[in-house]
Design a protein around this ligand. Structure first.
Ligand code: FCB
Length: 438
């Protein structure tokens, strides 16, 4: 068997986000966020839970960093809670909030782990939501000011910055479908939020470069769900190529080309797009983060096809590893290979069981192996892929699903907060150590 070896210096890591793991929601001066508020709404969260304790990572970060080190991981993507740093979203900085991330970064560097820091993974300060949140055009400036505070505090040690995580989710799940905070159901608000999130990204690019040094690298993480042809037939391939893809067309495309296409503009009716906005949105990125979980199958006859799949995860997401290859190639072609890429999230939720103190999660291992193989194939075909962050380091608060989804390569026993490395964790360790798909 030939070994699928990755390029030298390829980064293997895991990803998490602040609200999903930290807990300590009312500690050390942290202000409320829209997720604290949203979790209190009736039936918003499937198991009625919230992130107030979560994985207690705020107190256990040393143990969690030690886990990563034991697994031989060289990179870690985590996010900063805006309301810890600026409890009211703007104005007074909370030194204790910054202090936590300061210690976390030092702990990571001492363990030889490179931090990739996401500035916004959905926990907007409630005080800003009271002023319209992302539907207020001023949000771009609020975000850039917050980014400046963080980069000034940590930029001597953190060199890799991600502005936003999955702005599609912030805009559409949050303002149109009501499934995420702040829980609104209004298409016009969602389009506004989408434009302002992109503007916030572009404005923050400039702010981060101004606050950082010459080695500062900035990018954005987008979620993708590419359209794959349901068969190899010419008509299915054409149908897939022509099918609407809001994730790509609404977010990646304006960032890469500086323009909304006609289909997006039709949805943007009523959004104020000022001269100069698109140039800001298309500011130069040093890399792009790709979050990939599934793809859509498109048939010329039947449209989107959902029932042909051999396997679904506990989230109900079809397992389609080929989509990872497809989106990496699509981005590679769109940027003529000039924009380095990272897989900033990929992973799967399955119902795990502890047997004799071990978690034999062979389905998650198979899922990861299949996706790593597609990433390797993309690199062989020329894609400048620099690293791969598995979602997630530990089981955590999965938004509106609460604690009923399990994405970790490490299990969390919530009653005791004990961590148990799953077989997938050992598998990732072996892959990272060999720098090859095993
Ligand atoms: C992504 C989110 C991440 C996690 C995974 C499963 O959309 O960025 O926080 O919820 O899905």
């Amino acid at each position: 068997m030939t070994q699928l070896t990755f390029p030298e210096n390829f980064l293997w890591g895991t990803a998490t986000s602040s609200y999903q793991i930290e807990g300590a929601a009312r500690e050390d001066g942290r202000g409320p966020s829209i997720w604290d508020d949203f979790c209190r709404l009736k039936d918003a969260i499937q198991d009625g839970s919230d992130g107030s304790v979560a994985c207690d990572h705020y107190h256990r970060y040393r143990e969690d960093v030690a886990l990563m080190k034991a697994l031989g991981l060289k990179a870690y993507r985590f996010s900063i809670a805006w309301p810890r740093v600026l409890p009211a979203g703007r104005g007074a900085v909370n030194p204790k909030g910054i202090g936590f991330y300061d210690r976390l970064v030092d702990e990571l560097l001492a363990a030889g782990i490179r931090p990739f820091v996401t500035l916004y993974h959905w926990d907007l300060p409630s005080a800003l939501n009271a002023q319209g949140g992302w539907t207020n055009r001023d949000s771009a400036g609020w975000f850039a000011d917050y980014a400046t505070v963080v980069v000034k505090a940590l930029g001597d040690r953190v060199k890799d910055w991600i502005t936003l995580n999955e702005p599609w989710c912030s805009a559409y799940l949050g303002y149109e479908f009501g499934m995420h905070a702040p829980g609104y159901q209004d298409q016009a608000l969602a389009s506004k939020a989408a434009h302002h999130l992109l503007l916030a990204h572009g404005t923050a690019l400039q702010a981060i470069r101004a606050a950082g040094d010459a080695n500062t690298r900035v990018g954005i993480t987008l979620n993708f769900e590419p359209n794959l042809p349901a068969s190899e037939s010419e008509e299915d391939r054409r149908a897939a190529a022509e099918a609407f893809d809001l994730l790509y067309e609404g977010f990646a495309e304006p960032i890469l080309t500086g323009a909304y296409n006609e289909r997006i503009l039709a949805r943007m009716a009523g959004v104020e797009i000022r001269p100069g906005d698109m140039a800001i949105i298309a500011g130069r990125n040093d890399f792009m983060g790709v979050n990939y979980y599934s793809a859509k199958l498109i048939s010329a006859q039947r449209g989107a096809v959902y029932d042909d799949d051999p396997e679904f995860t506990r989230m109900g997401w079809a397992v389609r590893p080929a989509g990872l290859y497809a989106i990496l190639m699509q981005l590679h072609r769109a940027t003529r290979g000039r924009l380095p890429l990272y897989v900033t999230e990929n992973g799967a939720s399955f119902a795990d069981q502890v047997v004799d103190g071990r978690v034999h999660d062979e389905r998650r291992v198979a899922y990861l192996r299949a996706h790593f193989t597609q990433a390797h194939r993309a690199i062989q075909d020329g894609v400048d892929l620099r690293g791969y962050f598995v979602w997630s380091l530990i089981d955590n608060f999965e938004w509106s699903f609460g604690y009923q989804q399990f994405f970790g390569i490490v299990r969390v026993e919530y009653a005791t907060q004990a961590r148990i490395i799953k077989d997938s964790g050992y598998y990732l360790r072996d892959v990272a150590t060999a720098n090859a798909v095993l």
